[in-house]
Design a protein around this ligand. Structure first.
Ligand code: PLP
Length: 382
C-alpha cells in the first residue's frame, strides 16, 4: 500500500494542548476546584507573571498587565484608558488583522491607514512622519499611533517612537503576533506607552479559548483600565468610570500560566524551524523572510512572497503541505471599510501588492523534525 500521507495542516492548535496536556489538565482542575471563575487568583497571578516576563530585560521599565477577553478588546481598552474616542484619529496600517482597525472604531475614533515597508511588511516610518507633520485635511486630531509587529517581526520603532514623541501622541504597540520578540535588546511591548497582546489559541502565547492581555509601564493607566474592563468599577457595584465587560476567566488564566513557562523555548523552536525553511529555499525562486537588523524575530508566521503565489501554494499542496494567506485582502479593500476609511498619502499601494503575493508555511512549535523535513523537501523541489 502506498497511501498518500494526509496534508500537513497549516496550523494545529490541538498539538499545542497535547504537548502540555498533563500540566494543562492539572491547571484546569485547580481552577475548576477553586470555586472562583472570574477575576480571581489565577488571573492575578497570570497578570503578575506576564508583566514580570515582559519586563525581564536589563533596563526595562516595571510593567503592569491587565487581562481581558481578547486582543481586540486589549486595544480598545488601552484607547479608552487614554481617553481616546470620538473626535480623535488613530494611525495604524492596513496590512494587519482587521481587529486592529475594528478596535479603533469600537471607541468611536477615526482610523487612518498607512502603507508598509515592502521587505518587513511593517509601518513605513517616513509616511508616519509626514502625516504627523502634515495631517490629512478634514480628520480629527491624531492622538495615537498603533504600529503592528506583524508575523513576529519588530516594527522600525526607533524613528516611529521619535516621531510620536515629537508630535506628542501615544504610541501603542499591537503585539498580537510578537510575544517574546525584541528590538535592540528590549522586548516588544515595553517600548511604547502601552501594548496589546492577543491570546487567541494559535498566537505564540495562546489560551484554549479567547483571551487577551495589555501591558504598560504607566501604573495609573493600568489601574484605570483594570476598572474599565469591569463596568468601570473601582468598588463593587459602583461605576466610577464608564466601563465595559471584558474579563479573562480563571480557567484560561490557569492554562496561560502553564503556557507562559514554555513560551521562550517554543519561540526558539519557531526560530529553528524558520532557519530550516530558509536553508531549504536556497536555489529556489523564493526569498526567505527578511529579519530586521537588531531584532529578535519570533515567527508567529513564516511568510513568503511571489507574484505567482497560487502556483507555489498549489505545488506545495500537491506535495502534502498546507499553506495560508495573511492576509488575502487589505483592511481598506474589505467591504466594511472600502471607500470609507481614510488612507495616508501612499494610498496603501504596497499593501495592495503584498496581499496578492504573500503566503505562509506551517509554523508552530509542535511541528516534529520529521514534519519540518517534509516541508523542507517540498520547498527544495519548488
Ligand atoms: C489576532 C490579532 C488581533 C486580535 O486578537 P483577538 O484575540 O482575535 O481579538 C489584533 N491584532 C493582530 C495583529 C492580530 O494578529
Amino acid at each position: 500500500m502506498n497511501a498518500s500521507p494526509a496534508i500537513l495542516p497549516f496550523a494545529d492548535p490541538g498539538a499545542g494542548y497535547r504537548a502540555l496536556q498533563p500540566e494543562i489538565d492539572a491547571a484546569v482542575a485547580r481552577a475548576l476546584a477553586s470555586g472562583w471563575y472570574i477575576l480571581g487568583r489565577e488571573g492575578e497571578a497570570f497578570e503578575a507573571e506576564f508583566a514580570a516576563w515582559l519586563g525581564d530585560q536589563p533596563g526595562a521599565p516595571t510593567m503592569h498587565a491587565v487581562g481581558c477577553a481578547n486582543g481586540t478588546d486589549a486595544i480598545m481598552l488601552i484607547l479608552r484608558g487614554m481617553g481616546i474616542g470620538e473626535g480623535s484619529t488613530v494611525v495604524t496600517v492596513s496590512h494587519t488583522a482587521v481587529a486592529t482597525v475594528a478596535a479603533i472604531e469600537m471607541v468611536g475614533a477615526t482610523p487612518l491607514l498607512l502603507d508598509i515597508d515592502p521587505d518587513t511588511y511593517t509601518m513605513d516610518p517616513d509616511e508616519l512622519a509626514s502625516v504627523l507633520a502634515d495631517p490629512p485635511p478634514g480628520l480629527p486630531p491624531i492622538r495615537a499611533v498603533i504600529p503592528v509587529h506583524i508575523y513576529g517581526q519588530a516594527v522600525d520603532l526607533g524613528p516611529i517612537k521619535a516621531a510620536c514623541d515629537e508630535a506628542g501622541v501615544f504610541l501603542i504597540e499591537d503585539c498580537a503576533q510578537c510575544h517574546g520578540a525584541m528590538l535592540g535588546g528590549a522586548k516588544l511591548g515595553t517600548i511604547g506607552h502601552a501594548a496589546a497582546f492577543s491570546l487567541y489559541p494559535t498566537k505564540n502565547l495562546g489560551a484554549l479559548g479567547d483571551g487577551g492581555i495589555l501591558a504598560t509601564p504607566d501604573r495609573e493607566l493600568a489601574a484605570r483600565i483594570g476598572a474599565i474592563r469591569q463596568y468601570g468599577w473601582k468598588r463593587r457595584y459602583i461605576s466610577d468610570l464608564q466601563g465595559v465587560n471584558s474579563r479573562l476567566d480563571e480557567v484560561q488564566a490557569a492554562i496561560l500560566r502553564v503556557k507562559l513557562q514554555h513560551l521562550d523555548r517554543q519561540n526558539d523552536r519557531r526560530r529553528q524551524i524558520a532557519a530550516a525553511y530558509d536553508a531549504a529555499l536556497a536555489g529556489t525562486a523564493l526569498t526567505p523572510p527578511a529579519r530586521r537588523p537588531g531584532a529578535h524575530h519570533v515567527f508567529h508566521l513564516y511568510v513568503l512572497r511571489h507574484p505567482k503565489r497560487d502556483e507555489f501554494m498549489f505545488s506545495l499542496k500537491a506535495r502534502g503541505i498546507g499553506t495560508g494567506i495573511h492576509y488575502p485582502m487589505p483592511v481598506h479593500s474589505q467591504p466594511a471599510y472600502a471607500g470609507r476609511v481614510p488612507l495616508g498619502p501612499a494610498n496603501c499601494a504596497e499593501t495592495a501588492r503584498v496581499a496578492e503575493e504573500v503566503f505562509s508555511l506551517p509554523m508552530y512549535p509542535e511541528l516534529t523534525d520529521e514534519q519540518v523535513a517534509r516541508v523542507c523537501e517540498a520547498l527544495s523541489g519548488l
